[in-house]
Design a protein. Structure first.
Length: 111
């Protein structure tokens, strides 16, 4: 995993406006790299080096959420409250789909 972080330059001073960074992030995200998928979602949410795109942001966050509890929580909250960043309205049923996986992982007794 450290090699992936090094490739992504995951640091507070990473220049998200760099198109090369965005391309690298996309390439790694397409190879099922969860960190890259989460980062690419953020890139589209905030429009760093690309046009803001809530559909793309949601797509990459959902892919990250397949393996990442933080992304699961983020999606649960987005659906619970509604989110312009992901282009979703308030949907408690969809929110509930993401929250139980967090509770099960947090409490090993239920596994």
């Amino acid at each position: 995993m450290p090699a992936v972080r090094q490739k992504l330059h995951l640091s507070p001073c990473a220049d998200f406006r760099d198109r090369l960074y965005v391309r690298l992030c996309r390439r790694l995200a397409e190879q099922d790299n969860t960190d890259a998928q989460r980062m690419l979602s953020g890139i589209y949410v905030f429009g760093w080096g690309v046009k803001k795109d809530s559909t793309e942001a949601l797509k990459w966050e959902r892919l990250a959420a397949e393996h990442d509890p933080f992304s699961q929580q983020l999606l649960g909250s987005a659906y619970e409250l509604g989110s312009d960043n992901y282009g979703v309205g308030q949907d408690f049923v969809e929110a509930a789909k993401w929250y139980p996986s967090l509770l099960i992982k947090a409490n090993p007794a239920h596994n």
